[in-house]
Design a protein around this ligand. Structure first.
Ligand code: BG6
Ligand code: MG
Length: 221
């Protein structure tokens, strides 16, 4: 099949790729851990990137050596989310990471399709607060999937909604779990951040100002 821009899809993770929300997740989890009597480090937080809310809570409780019932976990996850939502409700366009807006606009202008592929159930609020929502052709987030990255479900659903074949998709990810999900989905992957945290990515850049539409298209040709 001849590849033209209309049958290429770019699938973007949200937290840590398009917007700087990792700091808010970290603060909300740290406060929760502290309230339970233990600490939570930035190194531990790195392992939660791309991991959904309930799985993140399970990992934190395990690190703290604390056991909770399913009902108690629901309460804890809600407490963390309420604190997190309070913080992201005040987000502005200034918290869009460098290069994100320009790259999304350039991709759109070139006819390449764009989807969100995020584990977050709060993506709607974040996209609305930052003004990015109108740039997406499809949104898949934690409200639409049953599995967490590294399962490829979130990206395969995004490709399906865009009507693009998996091998013509490029995923943009800041989390190791997300890179693994993209690879499992047989997609190309651009890592955002430090190469050591993004094993298997086809290319690693520090933010989205580090890649052009031409370089993205070249990844699948
Ligand atoms: C991911 C974040 O994007 O979303 C994780 O990297 C987070 O840290 C996950 O746990 C779920 O987010 P939310 O907003 O549904 O709690
Ligand atoms: Mg992320």
């Amino acid at each position: 099949m001849h590849i033209n821009n209309q049958n290429i899809g770019c699938l973007f993770d949200l937290d840590g790729v398009l917007v700087d929300t990792a700091v808010y997740h970290y603060k909300a989890w740290k406060d929760l851990a502290n309230s339970l009597g233990f600490d939570f480090t930035e190194a531990q937080n790195e392992h939660l990137k791309g991991v959904n809310r309930m799985r993140s809570l399970d990992m934190i409780l395990e690190w703290g050596g604390v056991e909770k019932t399913a009902a108690e976990k629901e309460v804890l996850a809600t407490t963390k989310n309420e604190a997190y939502v309070k913080m992201i409700s005040k987000m502005t366009e200034s918290e869009v990471l460098p290069g994100s807006l320009k790259l999304l606009q350039d991709l759109k202008a070139s006819g390449i399709k764009i989807a969100l592929g995020s584990a977050s159930k709060n993506s709607g609020l974040i996209l609305e607060r930052t003004g990015l929502a109108p740039l997406f052709d499809a949104i898949v987030d934690g409200n639409h999937v049953g599995t967490s990255k590294p399962d490829p479900e979130v990206f395969l659903k995004g490709a399906g909604l865009l009507g693009v074949e998996a091998q013509h998709c490029i995923v943009f990810e800041d989390a190791q779990a997300g890179v693994q999900a993209a690879i499992a989905g047989k997609m190309k992957v651009v890592g955002i951040g430090q190469a050591a945290n993004l094993m298997g990515a086809d290319v690693v850049i520090s933010d989205l100002s580090g890649i052009t539409v031409e370089e993205i298209v070249a990844l699948i040709k």
